[in-house]
Design a binder for this molecule. Sequence first.
Ligand code: UDP
Length: 319
Amino acid sequence: MARCLVTGGAGFIGSHLTQKLLADGHQVTVLDNLSTGRSHNLSDVEDHENLTIMRGSITDPVLLAEAVQGTDEIYHLAAAVGVKLVAEDPVRTIETNIYPTDSLLRLAVQGGQRFYLASTSEVYGKNVKSEWCEEDDLQFGPTSRPRWAYGCSKAIDEFLALAYHQKYDLPIVIGRFFNVVGPRQVGNYGMVIPRFVDQALAGGPVTVYDDGSQVRCFAHVREVVDCVVKLTRTDDALGKIFNIGSDQPISMRELAEEIIRRVDPSVEIQHIPYQQAYGDNFEDVNRRVPDVSRLRETIGMSPSMPLGHLLSDIIDAKR
Ligand code: UDP
């Protein structure tokens, strides 16, 4: 049995990770300020004897040290997330995403924990390659466009984790999530699938931004957290970065059509200009598809649930 700390453990991905670790027989401490996470996300396990929930912010150094105390593994998922939220509050993004990661890494050097750092496909910026692999260039837009603050802040986290690995031999693993979806994800922070499903269930219209030719790949959260735990426990993964996601692409127009077909074929699609959706100074990423060969070679698996299954799971949960 391992003693695990999950920062952001009440969030969408964090709560699924917490549930998996508990189901596997481990002890879990969740540190979460419930800003984008919701206590409701842990309602299935909140009385579990192996779960401790600490409500507070990772920006509080005393609390952070207390949470790390006595653990064997740290899963650092707490962050200011969601392109919409990040564009609206860039100061909070930087404060939440950079300083606490450094503090946690320092604590792990003292405590010798294995350290999983949750990163994001946003670090590739707007690289135009059709598939992104971990050694590709990061191509951000100008600093006057707040969107890039998120990817940049997580790229700094990656530099920090790699530096602590090199300098102190800290056993770190970095995973870059690509559009993770599943039950309990909410659409408030921009996430497209819960938004489309909510809109379709409410009778529409489904709001496709711009012309809907943007491409994404969607991975089921349960497959994603399986990969996270397996990577963290694989010696060959230490000191490395991994794309974690599905590699089955779909355009946002096709996605909207597929959701409408499943929920209510009479619902209409409404195209909305980016400026109306996100305000001025927004830039979207046109195509985001991961190369997951490194993940497959290292742990022998990658998220592969077909989109149809994934959508039924989400639609059923929302119904
Ligand atoms: N999107 C959309 N309608 C919405 C929300 C999002 O067309 O109501 C588009 C958005 O412009 C982007 C894609 O869906 O091209 C995925 O957006 P999301 O915020 O889920 O993730 P990310 O941009 O981080 O991939």
